[in-house]
Design a protein around this ligand. Structure first.
Ligand code: AMP
Length: 203
């Protein structure tokens, strides 16, 4: 199961902030801020939003949230962002406790993303096959309308996977020998992945 859901649960159980770059960007797009307007075209095509945009957005959020601790989800996504994060943390005298790499086969990622449905009203997630809503197109929790994210269409997923292998995967080399680096198998069921995550972070 995905980094977003796992990250959200882990953060709330541990009393820290879940800073998800994709969520922050989607909120900016929805609110039509200057950054959101710039980001939208890249997101719709499954490309990375320019580094200067995401780095300054995440720095603003860290400034608000660093007292309580935070989990970064989807940031950094390339080496330039990782360098910027190092500099940002050094300025605030902070260190990363853990760096979690969630590993899942590409075929499974495509299945998960292409079947994903999200409630427009409350943001709750469903899956056409793995966790379908009771009534097609309606959220079980609040009755809101379910939609597919623009970037969960199959052609955009292919572009996201390519971006991942070209730009994000090199971060494995960047982080693998750093203290706190852990790799978990994210291909199982939601609860199994969560247990693996908790174990890895504790150890
Ligand atoms: P996510 O919700 O993590 O799947 O992110 C959705 C989209 O937001 C990505 O496909 C990118 O277009 C954009 N995005 C998220 N995080 C970053 C980042 N760290 N750098 C650049 N673009 C990002």
């Amino acid at each position: 199961m995905g980094k977003g859901t796992q990250g959200e649960r882990f953060s709330s159980e541990n009393g820290i902030s879940h800073l998800a770059m994709g969520d922050i960007l989607r909120a900016a797009v929805r609110d039509a801020t200057e950054a959101g307007k710039r980001a939208r075209v890249y997101m719709d095509e499954g490309k990375l939003v320019p580094d200067d945009v995401v780095v300054s957005m995440i720095e603003d959020r860290i400034a608000e949230d660093d007292v309580a601790g935070f989990l970064l989800d989807g940031f950094p996504r390339n080496v330039v962002q990782a360098d910027a994060l190092d500099a940002m943390l050094a300025r605030r005298h902070l260190m990363l406790d853990k760096i979690v790499f969630m590993d899942a086969p590409e075929k499974e990622l495509v299945e998960r993303l292409s079947g994903r449905l999200i409630c427009r009203a409350c943001g709750f997630g469903f899956h056409r096959h793995y966790s379908p809503p009771r009534e097609a197109g309606r959220c079980d929790r609040c009755g809101g309308e379910l939609y597919q994210r623009e970037d969960d269409r199959e052609e955009v997923i292919a572009s996201r996977l390519q971006v991942y292998s070209e730009q994000t995967e090199p971060l494995l080399v960047y982080y693998k020998d750093k203290p706190g680096f852990v790799r978990i198998d994210a291909s199982g069921k939601m609860q199994e992945v969560y247990t693996a995550l908790k174990e890895a972070v504790k150890g």
